[in-house]
Design a protein around this ligand. Structure first.
Ligand SMILES: O=P(O)(O)OC[C@H]1O[C@H](OP(=O)(O)OP(=O)(O)O)[C@H](O)[C@@H]1O
Ligand SMILES: O=C(O)c1cc(=O)[nH]c(=O)[nH]1
Length: 216
């Protein structure tokens, strides 16, 4: 669920402005889930633009406090959300930890890095939700480490039914700054995409798990 429509519109505008939205229907991107996609939203690029990362950090901080109250700790999902998660923690004056996709193979073999006490209230920051698999793995690791996960915030979600179901099943609340529908509206309004690209993006969205696969 987006925090509100104004923030979703502004987030879309900023992502388009810095070319964080990449389109390549002829040579599709492979996602973390293995899905093929004509679009890739690279939120890591926001870190390279101080006014934009400040906007994201401030919107996150404001909405985290409103939706979840002030947590004890902010957690970032590695690697995409380490940077922005840390900026949010700094802005809110809170401790920061991050969660690896799997335990480290050497050293202390941690999956959760940083200082966390059992029972602490944690809000998880993620850069992007596709299936929600990576984010919910991070939540599991945090719970296993004794955290009380209050909920998750992300810059962007594609809003797939699968991710909505996955979050529901895991009983985790998700709020995002932006989403796919608002991004498309803004991309059309600002003429960032052509009618043909819009058609492809709408068609892909109807069956994203099988799009781009060879049919024999
Ligand atoms: O919702 P999902 O289907 O899990 O996909 C979204 C995940 O994919 C990306 O991470 P990626 O695995 O590319 O790694 P990175 O964060 O290290 O770049 C992104 O940062 C999310 O964590
Ligand atoms: O699902 C993914 O891996 C993914 C999709 C996307 O648009 N952006 C991203 O960083 N990861």
């Amino acid at each position: 669920m987006i925090f509100n429509t104004d923030t979703a519109k502004k987030t879309a505008e900023l992502l388009l402005q810095i070319n964080a939205i990449k389109l390549n229907p002829k040579n599709p991107f492979t996602w973390a889930s293995g899905w093929k996609s004509p679009i890739y939203c690279d939120n890591r690029i926001t870190l390279s633009f101080p006014p934009i990362r400040n906007y994201i950090r401030e919107e996150f901080s404001k909405h985290i406090e409103k939706e979840y109250g002030k947590p004890d700790v902010i957690a970032g999902v590695a690697t995409g959300a380490i940077g922005i998660g840390m900026l949010v923690a700094e802005y809110m004056g809170l401790p920061f930890i991050y969660v690896r996709p799997e335990p480290k193979k050497h050293g202390r073999q941690n999956q959760v890095e940083g200082f966390l006490q059992k029972g602490q209230n944690v809000v998880v920051v993620e850069d992007l939700i596709s299936t929600g698999g990576s984010s919910l793995l991070a939540v599991e690791a945090l719970k296993a480490a004794g955290a009380n996960v209050k909920g998750m915030v992300a810059i962007f979600t594609y809003g797939f039914d699968l991710s909505v179901e996955n979050f529901k099943k895991a009983n985790v609340t998700l709020h995002t700054l932006g989403n796919y529908d608002t991004l498309l509206e803004e991309a059309v309004a600002k003429q960032y995409i052509t009618e043909k690209e819009l058609e492809t993006l709408k068609e892909w969205r109807t069956s994203p798990s099988t799009w781009g696969q060879e049919t024999v």
